[in-house]
Design a protein around this ligand. Structure first.
Ligand SMILES: [Zn+2]
Ligand SMILES: [Zn+2]
Length: 168
């Protein structure tokens, strides 16, 4: 997905969104300044602003001292770029930040304040990856010891094959 100059409507409150240019990263993000304060960007863009050290001053400048309207974040949203229904996912296994994602075009929508929370989850991209890896490992280990306690999947399959042959 490439930057579009078309005006898009906020997927949460349907007000027109305003394009804010991030000087350091050299792309526009869409912010719902007149409505809920939500932020729309694509996958490629998120990687450049998801760490605390990455500059988002142009965004903070725009949203400071503004009042934003409340929206119901549990409502399903439609992607303002391509019209597909967006899917709600947590940004990490910590389950702190929920993002609406479009699986068709890669668009992502953050409710007001969510990007800030996401940036505070992990200090760096490596920390984010390491945290996920050790979390995935602990789940696999737990599943593995569960299997060992009962019967391994392999011996269960062998039983099935053996019994099947005996019938024929
Ligand atoms: Zn909005
Ligand atoms: Zn889309």
């Amino acid at each position: 997905m490439s930057d579009t100059l078309d005006e898009i409507s906020c997927p949460a409150c349907h007000k027109p969104m305003k394009k804010i240019y991030l000087v350091n990263q050299k792309f526009n993000v869409d912010i719902c300044l007149e409505g809920c304060g939500g932020l729309f960007l694509d996958n490629r863009e998120l990687k450049k602003i998801d760490e605390n050290m990455e500059d988002i001053d142009p965004i903070l400048e725009q949203i400071k001292d503004r009042e934003f309207q409340e929206v119901d974040s549990s409502v399903k949203r439609t992607c303002p770029m391509c019209g597909h229904i967006m899917v709600k996912n947590y940004s990490s296994h910590l389950g702190k930040v929920q993002i609406d994602e479009c699986y068709n075009c890669g668009g992502k929508f953050f409710d007001h304040g969510e990007l800030i929370k996401l940036r505070e989850e992990f200090a760096t991209e490596n920390d984010r990856i390491n945290a996920f890896n050790s979390y995935a490992k602990s789940i696999l280990n737990a599943a593995n010891s569960e299997f060992k306690e009962k019967k391994t999947l392999g011996s269960m399959i062998n039983d099935i094959i053996k019994n099947y042959k005996e019938f024929n």
